[in-house]
Design a protein around this ligand. Structure first.
Ligand code: ADP
Ligand code: MG
Length: 348
């Protein structure tokens, strides 16, 4: 077969790492992004800067590629749907529509008899008032949230006035889980009952942003098996093609909950680049491009640290590291507080 051209919507660090993985497989990447400064343009073969709703540019993009995927979930459904009429989009647009809406996502998970936090749909301020038993809780916008954006912690009803919540948006209110731990499971599904799954990753968040990930996760055998089973069930039920991440909470009584599903490669899986024979990125490219499925094998235990905001400066000034340490610079020009600028993986 002639060289495959993979189109990727979104140009952040996930797009960069997908491009690097694709190059290793001799696949060309063409990235489409609405950010002129998108860092992935440093790593892909061709970069198109345009709005996601620009019909002409979307059409031109489709003409250039063989297959299309995306690296973040907040791409307008209409764009994915239009593109899917021209070239195959994987994961399917309908999967993305379901998961980009927190209410639909949680309803779907509960229908599979998988535990989530308790939640209710909030359409206006009055909906919140009778919900004392949901507090303390977290109010989350139903769409467009990431890295804790669009979330408000509500300790008690009197907080509502002072929080300045924009009730033109739709929300869900979730009961706060008394967290013991957070883990994630990354799975790449190729076809019916054909998947590669990585062992659960233990994650530490600060201010709702992932800071640190490690394998192995310090969890019981029961939670290890249950989390993998639920990830497989979710991937199968969605008829998913590509890499997917399920984020979990473990409470103080060792109850496991699904927090959310990311229909894409995931920050907690960056350590798979160095710790496994095949990374989450390579597996995603393999699955969406219908390449061979290769059994994943762990090569080493590992830890990953996100490098946030101005922390990047010291790494840029002194990038030389021991041979078990791997520094990734996302090459983002503007250093912003809370912005993920790079990461460091340490093999153990
Ligand atoms: P995002 O889409 O921004 O990743 P999440 O729903 O995953 O949003 O929330 C980000 C983080 O906030 C979680 O990883 C967790 O640390 C904390 N968090 C979110 N919801 C809850 C909850 N119901 N109980 C306890 N912690 C929560
Ligand atoms: Mg999350």
């Amino acid at each position: 077969m002639s060289e495959i051209k993979l189109g990727i919507l979104g140009g952040g660090q996930l797009g960069s790492m997908l491009s690097v993985a694709a190059r290793k497989l001799n696949i060309k990447t063409i990235i489409y992004c609405d950010d002129q400064k998108a860092p992935a343009q440093n790593f892909c073969d061709q970069f198109i800067y345009a709005e996601y709703k620009d019909k002409n540019k979307i059409y031109d993009f489709a003409q250039k590629v063989d297959i299309i995927t995306y690296e973040f979930e907040n791409i307008p459904f209409e764009t994915l749907n239009e593109l899917n009429k021209l070239k195959t989009v994987l994961p399917k647009p309908s999967v993305n529509r379901l998961i980009q809406h927190r209410l639909a996502e949680k309803d779907f998970i509960n229908k599979l008899n998988i535990r989530t936090t308790r939640y209710v749909h909030i359409e206006n301020k009055e909906d919140l008032l009778p919900l004392e038993d949901f507090l303390p809780g977290i109010l989350k916008t139903t769409t467009m949230g990431y890295d804790g954006k669009g979330q408000h912690l509500i300790e008690n009803i009197v907080d509502i006035e002072s929080l300045n919540i924009d009730f033109r948006k739709d929300y869900i209110l979730e009961k706060l889980v008394k967290l013991k731990k957070e883990i994630s499971v990354i799975i790449t599904r190729f076809n019916i009952n054909k998947y590669e799954i990585y062992e659960p990753i233990e994650n530490i968040h600060k201010d709702q942003i992932l800071r640190h990930s490690k394998i192995p996760a310090n969890i019981t055998e029961k939670i290890l098996n249950q989390s993998k089973e639920w990830a497989i069930l979710i991937a199968e039920e969605l008829k998913y093609i590509g890499t997917l991440c399920v984020e979990f909470f473990i409470d103080r009584n060792d109850n496991l909950y699904v927090n959310e599903i990311a229909p894409r490669v995931h920050n907690s899986g960056h350590l798979t680049i160095n710790a496994y024979n095949i990374s989450q990125f390579e597996n995603h490219v393999r699955a969406v491009c219908s390449l061979d499925q290769i059994t994943v094998k762990k090569l080493s235990n590992a830890e990953m640290f996100n490098i946030i905001g101005s922390e990047i400066v010291q790494y840029r000034e002194n990038p030389k590291l021991d041979s078990n340490k791997f520094f990734f610079d996302y090459l983002k020009k503007d250093i912003k507080e809370k912005r993920k600028m790079g990461h460091l993986t340490i093999l153990k």
